[in-house]
Ligand binder design. Structure first.
Ligand code: PHE
Length: 451
């Protein structure tokens, strides 16, 4: 029996769900600290240029592949050219690897949200609190289970009633919360220096690394090269304008990232008396520095609640897209029902997520090529698989099925205005840039060339 494929009801549902996937932890903690580190305004400018050229091209290609084939990643590449089915399998690995550890971090976010709600915010600001929490054997695992359970419930409810509905509720909330916190943050005493630091181009910090960092961030932030946009594209109706949808998703994603910078950089500046080193703490920024910043402010507990609620919403809509992508592949590939597929995905998630969590505590001595489980999964997916998949996607579209196949699909909904740009970027610019990202991130990881 042919199962009727799920679909989004229309453009808004699609755009909000895809934006929900794109806006995630990466926008909120990673973007601001990269911007601060790589030259403020100049980073923002480079990011923007890359988003409208490189990001636009890759995203529209993926969505069109999904819509044309009506299938998730594995089936989609196969349907377009049998010899290239392997790209779909490679792409499918990425969300399988990311979802478990992303959910571990999602669990930490819920923990902090609860800590702030229950008024123990000053506790969360104490030195060593975060390290002690993630090292525990059971508590972080329980929060991880809660996070993944909420994700699974939404996915179980399906594309229209689950994902679309929740995105339509959550995404407007996310915008409002971001604006509230950004306004609060830039009006703190001493914050204006932080605002200036964030938006003024600092040409001294500009180098090729700025471009590479912006490009790597763009990939991750737009949820590219992991089959997500292919899957969501396969749920898109043929008459929807694909080009303007992509523009709207990009405006959303970049807008929230920019606002996140306005929330975090000025607040951290005001707190640290202008010490930019406070921004460069990686994940520690969100779980260590910010709680200290909140603890030092008047009304900080409430701001902390609002902030972690915002992060939770952002992380949840992203994890939903990750899980949906895998569930959809299992449904297409093994002819499973949505429910069977969800159960299978949950099992994989537990198997990979629990070690990721325990890797900060009782399994801390186990490392893979010198990394903890979580760092290793992050490295394999972001630094290795994603550039490879996107490179292959460009070659596939540029030289195998040809850009015209994609342009024709896009033209079904409306005239494809940036067709020329698309063709040049997918054939020449993007493959070269991606090889540069891959090489530089490998060299960086192995300490040969520090980004
Ligand atoms: N795009 C998300 C972010 O910016 C991250 C993400 C990665 C989401 C992979 C889903 C899948 O945080």
């Amino acid at each position: 029996m042919e199962k009727q494929r799920n679909s989004f009801t229309g453009k808004i549902g699609f755009v909000l769900a895809a934006a929900g996937s794109a806006v995630g932890l990466g926008n909120i903690w990673r973007f601001p600290y990269l911007a601060a580190k790589y030259g403020g305004g100049i980073f923002l400018l480079v990011y923007l240029i890359l988003a409208v050229s490189f990001g636009f091209t890759l995203m529209i290609a993926e969505i069109a592949i999904g819509r044309k084939s009506g299938l998730s990643a594995v089936g989609a590449f196969k349907a377009l050219d049998k010899r290239f089915a392997f790209i779909g399998y490679l792409a499918a690995f990425v969300p399988i690897i990311i979802l478990p550890y992303y959910s571990v971090i999602g669990g930490w976010v819920i923990k902090y949200l609860f800590a702030f709600c229950s008024g123990s915010s000053s506790l969360a600001a104490e030195p060593g609190y975060f390290e002690a929490f993630i090292a525990q054997p059971t508590e972080p695992v329980l929060w991880f289970l809660l996070f993944i359970a909420v994700t699974a419930i939404v996915v179980l409810m399906g594309v229209e009633k689950g994902i679309e509905k929740i995105s339509k509720i959550m995404m407007p909330i996310l915008i409002v919360l971001s604006i509230i916190i950004a306004i609060y943050s830039i009006t703190l005493p001493g914050a204006i220096d932080g605002v200036l630091y964030y938006i003024t181009p600092n040409f001294e910090s500009f180098s090729v690394k700025t471009v590479l960092a912006a490009m790597g961030q763009l990939f991750y932030s737009m949820s590219l090269a992991m089959g997500i946009m292919i899957t969501y594209g396969s749920y898109m109706k043929k008459d929807v304008n694909l080009e303007s949808s992509v523009t709207q998703i990009e405006v959303f994603d970049t807008g929230i990232a920019f606002l996140a910078g306005l929330m975090i950089v000025p607040a951290v500046f005001a707190f640290s008396g202008g010490d930019e080193a406070a921004l460069g703490k990686g994940p520690g920024l969100m779980f260590v520095t910010l709680p200290q910043v909140f603890a030092s402010m008047k009304g900080g507990t409430i701001i902390g609640v609002v902030f972690f609620l915002l992060v939770f919403v952002a992380a949840l809509t992203s994890s939903i897209s990750l899980m949906e992508t895998i569930v959809s592949i299992f449904c297409d590939k093994f002819n499973m029902t949505r429910k069977q597929s969800c159960i299978a995905v949950l099992a994989v998630c537990l198997a990979l997520g629990i070690p990721s969590s325990l890797g900060f505590g009782i399994w801390g001595s186990i490392t893979i090529i010198g990394m903890s489980f979580l760092d290793f999964f992050d490295f394999i997916s972001n630094s290795v698989l994603m550039p490879i998949v996107s490179f292959l996607t460009c070659i596939f579209v540029g030289y195998i099925i040809k850009p015209k196949t994609i342009s024709d699909e896009i033209s079904l909904g409306a005239e494809f205005k940036r067709k020329k740009l698309f063709e040049v970027v997918i054939k020449y610019v993007a493959p070269i840039c991606i090889v540069l990202i891959l090489v530089s991130s490998l060299l960086d990881t192995f300490g040969i060339f520090k980004i």
